[in-house]
Design a binder for this molecule. Structure first.
Ligand SMILES: Cc1cc2nc3c(=O)[nH]c(=O)nc-3n(C[C@H](O)[C@H](O)[C@H](O)COP(=O)(O)OP(=O)(O)OC[C@H]3O[C@@H](n4cnc5c(N)ncnc54)[C@H](O)[C@@H]3O)c2cc1C
Length: 322
């Protein structure tokens, strides 16, 4: 049986593990952290992502913990005018199934529970991967190593696997930052906010809001043009007042929600050089190393020579919304 080692037990690694195990491969996941854990934030799963979750058998469990919203709407920043609107039912009719919005911790819990029993090893930080003849080898910080037929890198934006395969990365600042928070709906003063999946378009920014955990929490992500702030971190806090100042003049229903957010995070958006080279931005990317004998052909289809190549799977088009 083909042995696959996945480095990183985040949403990407856990999903890959479930999919490969269902395909009959022997899967082991090695995670650096002492537990499988996600940051306190939401994630919007579009129909293409839900199709994968259906394929690995967790769609119903994900929908049980998802936010409850009937509509996906785009608004004008100042007036609140609805620019476009699509219902979940229309989305399902168009794409074959509807999307969902979930808390990342809930999503990871659901996917991790579907991994084969005993397939996850925690506290194992990979430092490099190499190929020797017919096998791929992952080496760990504690001096250990593991052999496999295929190693998949799902170790995040600062991936050691990607660095080992493609060299050091040079992430490029996009000139955009994000403010984000997860806000209890009951904490919002005045009229109860709509639980639509909403996008607000305005000068220098886009605000995305959606419910997670039924109607308990609203996930808020605000993009803004800012050439100066360069700190790439999902967990760096900032003052709520900074967010209110930035979005001053935007619709009062948005600002009421922002007021209710006790903890705000500020995060500069970068593109990795590998993503840029491929002309694709955002989303996650995994790399795989596999020593394979490859016989490139000439234009006429004749075998010219053999060589060992590193295998990198095709990328999925990333979701446009975060
Ligand atoms: C706030 C926020 C909102 C987002 N919203 C959306 C959205 O709505 N829709 C969407 O499609 N995308 C969204 N994204 C992007 C998407 O969520 C990420 O691209 C995705 O979570 C990446 O998943 P991953 O498993 O590849 O990496 P990660 O989540 O970074 O997981 C990597 C895992 O590998 C482990 N690890 C790291 N280094 C090592 C090592 N050396 N050895 C072993 N283990 C290691 C880490 O501990 C971690 O568990 C969002 C991102 C953020 C931050």
């Amino acid at each position: 049986m083909t042995r696959v080692v996945i480095i990183g037990g985040g949403i990407g690694g856990a999903t890959a593990g479930c999919a490969l195990a269902r395909a009959g491969l022997e899967v082991s996941v090695y995670e650096a952290a002492p537990e499988l854990k996600e940051i306190g934030a939401g994630v919007a799963l579009h129909p293409n992502a839900m199709r994968v979750l259906r394929m690995i058998g967790v769609e119903d469990a994900v929908r049980r913990v998802a936010g409850r919203s009937e509509w996906s709407a785009t608004h004008n920043w100042r007036t609140g005018r609805v620019i476009s609107k699509i219902s979940r039912a229309q989305q399902a009719a168009t794409f074959g199934l509807s999307g969902a919005t979930v808390h990342r911790a809930d999503l990871l819990d659901v996917i991790a529970a579907a991994l084969p029993a005993g397939s996850v090893t925690l506290g194992k930080r990979c430092v490099t991967v190499e190929s020797y003849g017919g096998v791929a080898v992952a080496r760990f910080e504690d001096g250990g190593e593991i052999e496999a037929d295929v190693i998949v890198g799902a170790d995040g934006i600062h991936s050691r696997v990607r660095a080992a395969l493609f060299g050091p990365d040079d992430p490029r600042f996009t000139g955009k930052i994000c403010y984000r928070s997860v806000i209890p709906i009951d904490a919002v003063a005045g009229e109860r906010p709509a639980t639509d999946n909403a996008q607000w378009l305005g000068p220098h920014g886009t605000v995305v809001l959606y419910p997670v955990r039924a109607e308990e929490l609203i996930n808020v992500v605000c993009h803004y043009d800012d050439e100066h702030y360069r700190h790439e971190s999902w967990i760096n806090e900032c003052d709520r007042q900074e967010v209110l100042d930035r979005y001053s003049g935007w619709h009062e229903s948005l600002l009421r929600i922002f007021e209710a957010g006790d903890t705000w995070y500020k995060w500069a958006l970068y593109l990795t050089a590998t993503r840029s080279r491929n002309g694709r931005g955002g989303g996650s990317r995994s790399s795989a190393t596999r020593p394979i004998r490859c016989f490139p052909t000439s234009g006429k289809g004749h075998v010219r020579r053999s060589r060992t190549v590193r295998y990198s799977p095709p990328l999925c088009r990333p979701s446009p919304t975060i």
